[in-house]
Design a protein around this ligand. Sequence first.
Ligand code: SF4
Ligand code: SF4
Ligand SMILES: [Zn+2]
Length: 273
Amino acid sequence: MKLEILEANENVMRFVLSGVTPAFANALRRTMLNGIPTLAIEKVIFHQNTSSLYDEILAHRLGLIPIRFEPGRFNLKGECKCKGKGCSNCEARFYFDSKEARKERGLKQDAPLKVYSGDLKSLTEGAEILAKEIPIVELYEGQQLKFEAIAILGYGSEHAKWQASNTSFRPVPTIKISPTKCDGCGACVMACPRGVLEQKGKGVRVVNLENCNLCRACIDVCQKGAIELIPSSTDFLFTIETTSGLTPREILKLAIEELDRRAEEVRKELKLK
Ligand code: SF4
Ligand code: SF4
Ligand SMILES: [Zn+2]
């Protein structure tokens, strides 16, 4: 097995995983989607809401805000020492008060106010709103909003708000161009939507193989039948796009640990140790 990282930043990671089965690749993908816990707002206590949105709609919007936290900082509520009562080790608390927000922005108390995710104040160390510019609600003249929000760890399999990432994978292709059949017409280069092929002299060469999405447009336009596209059954190109407060690198690491933990459980059950 080999893992080669092509690109990695705070939001997206692309890597090639070689020497695995499609089943293993899919297990890893599914674990990165909904097999690791992330932090999301689960409960909102409204003290005042005279905005144009119902409490339920606001609570739903708040639930989808990505919250940054250090992996391991919080416990699953059901596994916490507080036995599910709620404490600073299993709950992250936030609050918002439109009166304070208007004061901070130097607005009159009855002025219109656009409320963004970044206006929520964290009351718990180790948890902070990640994306600060998500619009929550627009308050018109005189409208007030005040609430407390409680975030807990959960899994994407329970609710999409806890989904850690959008992760996809596709087989790494091998593209073969027959030099005896190819007449260098360039039609495949023009047809390729991903810039994978390049004209070279009287032939064509592959320049960005990792960009190929196996669409077969090149094969469809080639009148000479010169192109062969072979998807690998062991090497896969993964793309992780985080949708939570975890970075793609953290998501990959946690997913591998989770798969390892599950395998260990099976080993114990089968008494294979
Ligand atoms: S379309 Fe076919 S014949 Fe034309 S350049 Fe591409 S591979 Fe060669
Ligand atoms: S399969 Fe599609 S993306 Fe890949 S080289 Fe052919 S045209 Fe380009
Ligand atoms: Zn607790």
